[in-house]
Design a protein around this ligand. Structure first.
Ligand code: DC
Length: 225
């Protein structure tokens, strides 16, 4: 069977990673959550006082980039791929609102992006990768055989996210999503864009299964022609 790279981009909290995980399982492909990589860098910066009160010491962060090792390990019990920062499992910590509120400032930095993109491209060299993020179809894999752009209304995304983040209010979550959408789409380095060759899926009114079946159809076409 021909192996392809599947690039999944889209807005924050729109179910990209749910879909990416389903597709990677279906095809036994490697799954890479690139947002988790930026989140792990953000955690490192916050924990090492490189980022304080929303302000980053950019020179210190750039100096530290070689000391930041982000990796993934599959947890059989939880059936998920977990994120490790310098060998420590940070999967839960990087999902907190604290990180969500700070990560855009980290992910807009050119040097951080360059390092992450080169790691991501190396992973995709042999194909058979499903990667989700913001710049996968535009920068990481501009020649990906399949590019999907996922979105949903901000209200629906906030509702779904609030089911996971029990201690945050719906209004705070919605505001955070809106500001991240804005930051992602307007930043200078690798902004979130809809590529001409991407297939758009708005899943506001789709179940997880409906979205999966729709995407699977596109994958089958990309793989088998
Ligand atoms: O998908 P996420 O919410 O976990 O992403 C975390 C942050 O990283 C978010 O602000 C967008 C940014 N990001 C990015 O700039 N490029 C990517 N390829 C993935 C995420």
């Amino acid at each position: 069977m021909k192996k392809i790279n599947i690039a999944i981009d889209g807005h924050s909290s729109c179910g990209k990673s749910t879909l990416a995980k389903q597709l990677s399982k279906h095809y036994a492909y490697i799954y890479v959550d690139t947002g988790a990589m930026y989140r792990a860098v953000c955690l490192y910066a916050l924990k090492n006082d490189i980022m304080k009160d929303g302000i980053i010491d950019e020179a210190a962060l750039i100096d530290s980039l070689d000391n930041i090792n982000v990796s993934f390990n599959y947890n059989d019990e939880r059936s998920i791929s977990e994120t490790f920062l310098n060998g420590v499992n940070v999967e839960n910590e990087i999902r907190s609102l604290w990180i969500s509120e700070n990560v855009s400032k980290i992910s807009k930095l050119k040097e951080v992006r360059q390092k992450m993109v080169s790691i991501q491209q190396a992973i995709g060299e042999n194909k058979g990768v499903v990667m989700d993020g913001r710049d996968i179809g535009s920068v990481v894999f501009p020649n990906a055989e399949l590019k999907l752009f996922i979105t949903a209304s901000v209200e629906e995304r906030a509702r779904r996210r609030s089911l996971e983040l029990k201690d945050a209010s719906l209004e705070d979550i919605k505001k955070n999503l809106q500001s991240r959408d804005y930051d992602d789409s307007t930043r200078e380095e690798n902004p979130l864009v809809i590529m001409d060759d991407a297939i758009q899926i708005d899943n506001t009114n789709l179940s997880i299964e409906e979205q999966f079946n729709l995407a699977l159809n596109y994958c089958q076409k990309a793989i088998y022609g």
